[in-house]
Design a protein. Sequence first.
Lengths: 366, 498
Amino acid sequence: MIAEVKSLLDRVLGRGEASSTVPPMDGQLKPNQLLERAAVVAEFAAPEDLATDGSSVFVADGKRLLRLGEHGPSEIAHLDGAITALCRLADGGFAVALDGTRLRILGGGHDGKSWERASGAPFVALNAVAASGDGRSLLVTDGSRAQPYERWSHDLMARGHGGRLVALDLAGGGEREIAGGLAYAFGAAPAGAEVWVSESWRHRLVAFGGARPGRTVLENLPVYPSRLSPAGGGGYWLTAFTARTQLVEFVLREPAYCRRMMREIDPRYWIAPRLSSGHTFLEPMQGAHIKTMGILKPWAPPRSYGLVIRLGEDGLPRYSLHSRVDGMHHGVVAAVECRGALYVLAKGAGKILRLPVTAIEEELLP
Amino acid sequence: MTTPILELRQATKRYAGVPAIENIDFELRRAEIHALVGENGAGKSTLTKVMAGVVALSSGKMLVEGREAEPRTPLEARQLGIAMVFQENSLVPTMTVAQNLFLGQEKFYNRLRGIYIAAQQFLQSLNFDVAPTTTVSLLGAAKKQMVEIARAVLHNARVIIFDEPTASLTPEEKKYFFDLVLELKRRGVSIIFISHALEEALQISDRITVLRDGRHVVTDDTRTFDRARIVQAMVGRDLSQTLYGRRKQSARPPGQRVLSVQNLRMAALVKNTSLSVFAGQITGVFGLVGAGRTETFKVVSGVMKRDFFHGGEVFLHGKRTRYRVPAPAVRDGIAYVTEDRKVEGFFETMSIARNIYMGLVAKLGRKRAILSQHESQAAGETWIKALNVRAISKDVKVVELSGGNQQKVVIAKSLVQEPDLIIFDEPTRGVDVGAIAEIHQLINRLADEGKAVVVISSYLPEIMALSDRILVARQGKVVEEFSALEATEEKIMYAAIH
């Protein structure tokens, strides 16, 4: 009763959980133009995920699995479903999630193995896969139990929290749900005895499997975090597919409005985050300008954004790479480090970007 | 060449031996709009207060129409034809516009209707759309400004000094105000115009004078200036001198995010501002007066309250906080070292030890129901030694200490609480150079120990010498962030103004 009264008061006063505030992008998340200035190494129609074995970079593009070579991409395999997650295994095989509903091993010592459910529930939105620290199992995130992978924004608007983290035993073929009830699990990485998981709708990284399961590694992010991958020299690369805005936060706190918007409006024009924007005047939140002291300052809320955050081993951000609201390299969903370079997948633009890590660090670290 | 209407020669004003302005030569021509610009503390206000009879010169002289004058009060200045319109207006809010206009000119028998008619006619002659019967408290900022101007003109002012007249005006009101100023000029009134908004100075003035550190830098026709030249003149101090000469060669990496302020609002002073503060770093906050820096951090520390509706959120160590009074903030590890130490910083008739102990008592709250003389003495001794407070004994009253030592007591009063987040608001204002160096060392030490430190300062060299990252606030909002290594005075000042 008291909680309900408090919740009602919060809604009236715009406080607590009902406040539509967004953390600032400052400190290590201070915007720059590094992603926007990055070299484009390839463009694809439907790129989804990246993987590396330390010497080559692999790309999932629709149903195709490709290797990025010096002379352009070359196809390794053509599958019977759209790849929604990709991982290169130590034995030379690949783990691929197909249509978000099944996970299959291609090549290597476990070729042909597949999983379609865990803990009795079928997979719905498999979106990331990583090998565990000992290489004997796979860590998989299933974003939602209600919405398929491509309908992620429906899950956001419905305030979905049916995501889960699952461990798949490569040798035995068993499966185990490590954590459930996650607000869109999107990306996992082993971190010592723990597994770190991106919880996109709660804007945080959570650790499971260690001494304190559910420990928050990084919280209150101004973005929607996605996949994690190990960085050279320790730490991780964390991608974020779009940034939070006060307008979207406000809309998310109005369930009746969300329901009606979802019912009546084409998803392309929702007041919701997107992987890319600026395609049509029908999109909401076009931008504006403010005139200050005679100087015209363009202003726009980021409907889409591109961001990669370099995390230290302790999970604290060290620096970040941005494609800002006026840029094009938005919707970043994957980043892998290979041979001294960072490869970034900007899904919104359909591009793979390449940035030399040493040059980035020289520019950003004091 | 005609005699200037107002002239200052070698004007110097010292406060307790410290010069606020030094050897300034200044002349104001007839029917001229003269802009006076400079950083906070450059001496603009002191210079104009001398002209308006608010303060007297320590040395040098002032000439009005070629004749030496020495106004000792604003009334004497007004009799010389000099009126000043202050940033915080000086109207009586409970009186009507007409009553305010004629305040000080009352006769033995005042017929209210007569005053209203006279005021109406006078306001109409100035083309001011203000009803004389309206109570001043009901007027907006621009209309109050109009009444102030009308009062100055009514007193036959030939020189009107405006101190930041546009700070509280909307763009439309500003345009109207500029029209008024031009009208006054056409009537032969000379105007001195203090503004931080360089565009305004460039737009409206005939000549510009730049002051820096209490000294005259340049006076020239406005057409010879552009924004870059003014900013250069404002900040171009010799960095090789004193303790501010060292530029930071490295910046401390940030630790955990200790404070996250999100979309904070407080009346017209803080407008949807957001910022973060990290452990193990000094976060410098720069901005011109009225940028909302102090108010933002007073909300964080519970000294002020944010807006009741949609006032934004403050997170300390990731936990949502909303303090109505400072005590719980102190208990949660926030220390706010005030910019106004004499009013808010210490109990002036209490001893040093007692003042420091008060800090500890504030932290412990109900846990320390009975005060201990022994504990008070011990805390006093420890912190006097730690901060090198120079006093005959720990029992000396704080009011008897120098500014620098008073400030150290205020800091000790906060540090005894063992805070995680320490907010220094103008930590070296009114402090001698020796004490400044010691306070800077202390601030650096706190950051090295892993504390999250915020330094709010209007003095750019201080911000640059101390900060690992610099936030620039303008008009109630943090608008720019610089790392210590990329920041330059010009960049910071540009962000603070535009």
